[in-house]
Design a protein around this ligand. Structure first.
Ligand code: HEC
Length: 452
């Protein structure tokens, strides 16, 4: 077996930022001046002196990035354990410094469902080289990699597409003049240290490989005694060029991977795209942030946009306490345009459908569950009526989710009578996705209007 870099070293390299830089600056251009100049001069930013109420409110409440972190970001972290981004979740937004370090940092480094990765965040994938075994030499870019557990049958015949084993989907076909054989796969990544680009093999796996289909699908046999090694390999966090498995290799489509917050360019900042659900008119997958919390108000959005727009490349953590420049911020002209509340989340467009699909099965017909028909007739009117069980609350109280009994049923609030909804007779649990619950919440906060 070839020498490979132990995992601990790799993790250390990543912690130092080498992995991130490898993805962001593929040409090896990194300027790192230890004695970088102090950022800006606090007195250089003149306050906004116009008469737009929203700008004045934002300036008053969020004079600096630190205030924005304390009053807005931190708020989304505190009430719900596990909802907040913490040290185990990327990005870690708990501290002001963590928040500021999202400037220029790559997005979707850690994700739950692979479908939630945005193509624009995908980076150039790690490579594998299959040495020996007749697969031909040469680097193959990893699109995505999956370990399907299960007993290996020794692969007496060509394995199925979903056979147990390590499945590696490639950007380009492996040479498959010999579709099967023992080989050592070296996993490598480009690291940039002090401006020098190095291709480092960080792990190796020797096993029997098969080339399936058009050659872009490799399956490696994983006998019992190698399971742990394979799990370690996956735990490293292999960079996948097609992390969302949709056939598009983001790094080949976009000029460079998106960053969480892009200095000078709020519209290209992934964190902001996740608040809005889109970037440059393109839908961004994944539920809108902040989860289980009120969407940002307009002054909060303005503060974030002006902070990002005015943030300079050279800024360091000292930027935290510098005034946000509302005066020169282009968004101060029309802060209303940043309205997040209710964007696209309407009764007809979304909420009615969520209720029809998820609730109509029981809440319909001549004997709807609890006498509540959520499918037929004038459903909207019915929602404004009182709950049968908790008559002091309406099912929907426009503008106030805490007084909307139907919403409390959705989130399984402690105060409800009976089961959380939608009731699943098998698991006994509610089954709406967080995104759907967020949509209902957004709609309620915005006055629960019945649109045409
Ligand atoms: C499997 C059947 C089933 C499904 C699906 C279902 N419900 Fe129910 N629902 C019930 C039953 C049974 C009750 C009465 C018992 C209770 O409250 O737990 C009820 C009660 C309710 C109540 C209380 C009505 C009141 O006047 O107090 C609300 C509100 C409600 N459901 C909303 C929903 C919503 C919203 C959905 C879809 C997201 C949904 N339900 C899906 C069976 C269902």
């Amino acid at each position: 077996m070839r020498a490979s870099v132990p995992i601990s070293i790799l993790v250390a390299l990543c912690t130092l930022g080498a992995c991130r830089q490898g993805g962001l600056y593929p040409d090896g251009e990194i300027s790192n001046d230890a004695n970088r100049p102090e950022y800006g001069d606090p007195d250089a930013v003149e306050p906004y002196d116009g008469d737009n109420e929203i700008v004045l409110e934002a300036q008053e409440n969020f004079p600096t990035a630190l205030d924005f972190h304390q009053k807005v970001i931190w708020r989304t972290c505190t009430p719900f354990d596990g909802v907040c981004h913490n040290s185990k979740e990327y990005p870690d937004l708990r501290t002001p410094a963590g928040f500021i370090s999202t400037f220029g940092a790559p997005c979707n480094l850690q994700f739950g469902e692979f479908q939630s990765v945005y193509d624009g965040c995908e980076r150039t994938g790690d490579r594998i080289v299959l040495g020996g075994g007749g697969f031909g030499e040469g680097e193959l870019e990893i699109g995505y990699i999956e370990y399907l557990p299960g007993e290996s049958n020794g692969f007496d015949s060509t394995p199925a597409d979903d056979a147990p084993g390590l499945h590696i989907h490639l950007a380009t076909p492996a040479q498959n003049d010999r579709p099967e054989g023992y080989a050592t796969a070296d996993f490598s990544r480009k690291f940039i240290t002090d401006g020098v680009v190095e291709e480092l093999v960080y792990a190796s796996l020797s096993t029997r490989w098969w080339v399936l289909g058009d050659g872009t699908h490799l399956v490696g046999e994983v006998p019992d005694y190698r399971v742990e090694k394979v799990q370690d390999l996956l735990a490293i966090g292999i960079v996948e060029g097609d992390a969302n498995h949709n056939g598009i290799f983001g790094a080949t489509v976009y000029e460079r991977p998106a960053t969480l917050l892009e200095p000078g360019d709020p519209e290209s900042s992934y964190l902001i795209a996740r608040l809005r659900g889109e970037m440059h008119g393109e839908e961004v997958p994944g539920s809108r942030m902040p989860l289980a919390n009120k969407p940002f108000s307009i002054p909060e959005m303005l503060a974030l946009f002006c902070l990002v727009e005015g943030y300079s490349e050279e800024a360091s953590t000292t930027g935290l306490t510098l005034p946000i420049d509302y005066r020169n911020c282009s968004y101060s002209d029309d802060p209303e345009g940043l309205n997040l509340l209710g964007a696209g989340v309407t009764w007809e467009g979304r909420v009615r459908k969520i209720l029809e699909f998820n609730c109509g099965g029981c809440h319909s017909g001549t004997e709807p569950a609890d006498g509540l028909n959520l499918l037929e007739g004038d459903v909207y009117e019915r929602l404004l009526e009182k709950s049968a069980h908790v008559p002091e609350l309406a099912l929907i109280e426009p503008g106030d989710e805490t007084a909307s009994y139907l919403y409390l049923k959705l989130i399984g609030d402690d105060s409800i009578v009976g089961q959380p909804m939608p009731y699943n007779p098998i698991t006994g649990e509610g089954t709406l996705t967080q995104a759907e619950i967020d949509d209902v919440l957004t709609w309620i906060i915005n006055g629960a209007v019945e649109d045409e």
